[in-house]
Design a protein around this ligand. Structure first.
Ligand code: AVI
Length: 326
């Protein structure tokens, strides 16, 4: 008899605070929209399409690294672990692992409750011996996963954070998140994390500005999300998509560029955009292996194993808490 999945609501931003911080970002001299607004239902579907594009190499490169090194990585993971899938989406990447590690529990963590429930139902059918648990939480808030550490059984956690999502945080926020992850691992837990690397600018920029315009649609869709959240009057077609790599900061910057001067109602407020003025919607940091290993050690990790592809385009790190293996 499969376990019935349980879902816990851990930390959700309250809607008023969410709207207030969105408005504050849009009223700054350099207007910005927090990237979480890219991921409404439409945005998640568009991101799913991005992951299949020829130009968007991270997904398939990471998948190839996982496929090639799965046995080796699995052998280094604790047995009977709880597999904590951070930002689990449809769970597909994690489910490929559950067959290779003797996981006792799967903990899906995501902000989208409906999606999470579907993922758990599907997982529970496919892996009837594994307990399925969901945690609804907002990743832009301090990471709190009490159901991982405080469960009655306290299985050793493996935190799984693929897709280079860590790159969407500013480096200081990424460090804080890695520290919080470290806190959840105890002594024997492990972090398995995928991180994109710097490479030729043309390759990077094509990955974020594809020929079919899927990333452009994904970016503009944020304006529709803002219209709903704030009662705003953005017309997405009046903004162009721009993705540029800043080599100094080692990040892709996604912007929306006003095609002509316009005044936009933002609920109770309004803002004028001059032609060419931009709204920043996302940063995607690219880490050299050395820089990311340094960030991991600053966050309290010790033994760090790295797996990469032939071109060194993407890195997967398996990190143990400092002191665990030394
Ligand atoms: C989710 N995240 C890792 C993606 C990235 O590559 O930074 C989001 C994305 N934005 C545009 N394309 C993909």
């Amino acid at each position: 008899m499969p376990f019935s999945p349980q879902v816990h609501i851990e930390a959700l931003e309250d809607p008023d605070a969410n709207a207030a911080s969105l408005l504050a970002g849009l009223l700054q001299p350099q207007a910005r929209i927090c990237p979480k607004h890219l991921y409404d239902a439409q945005g998640c579907a568009l991101y799913g399409a991005i992951c299949t594009l020829d130009e968007y190499y991270p997904t398939r490169t990471e998948a190839a690294i996982f496929a090639r090194h799965r046995r080796d990585i699995a052998a280094r993971l604790p047995r009977n672990c709880q597999w904590v899938d951070l930002g689990c989406g449809d769970g597909a990447k994690a489910f490929d692992w559950l067959e290779h590690v003797a996981a006792t529990r799967y903990v899906g963590v995501d902000i989208a409750e409906d999606w999470l429930r579907d993922t758990l139902e599907r997982g529970a059918k496919r892996f009837p011996d594994v307990e399925f648990v969901g945690i609804v939480t907002d990743f832009t808030r301090p990471l709190s996963l009490s159901h991982v550490r405080d469960s009655a059984h306290d299985y050793t956690p493996v935190l799984f954070y693929p897709g280079s999502s860590i790159g969407n945080f500013e480096p200081d926020e990424a460090l804080a998140l890695l520290k919080a992850m470290r806190q959840h691992l105890g002594r024997d837990g492990r972090l398995l994390i995928g991180v994109d690397a710097p490479k030729a600018v043309a390759t990077l920029e094509a990955a974020y500005d594809d020929a079919l315009g899927v990333t452009a649609a994904f970016n503009r869709n944020a304006l529709r999300a803002v219209n709903r959240t704030l009662g705003a009057s953005f017309e997405p077609a009046t903004f162009a998509h721009r993705a540029v790599f800043d080599p100094e900061r080692s990040r892709i910057e996604m912007h929306l560029v006003a095609l002509h001067a316009q005044t936009v109602r933002l609920g109770v407020a309004q803002r004028r955009f001059e032609a060419g003025e931009t709204i920043v919607t996302e940063h995607s940091y690219k880490y050299t292996p050395e820089r990311f290993a340094e960030l991991l050690s600053q966050a309290g990790f010790g033994q760090i194993d790295r797996f990469t592809d032939e071109r060194g385009w993407f890195n997967v790190f398996l990190a143990a808490p400092a002191g665990a293996l030394e």
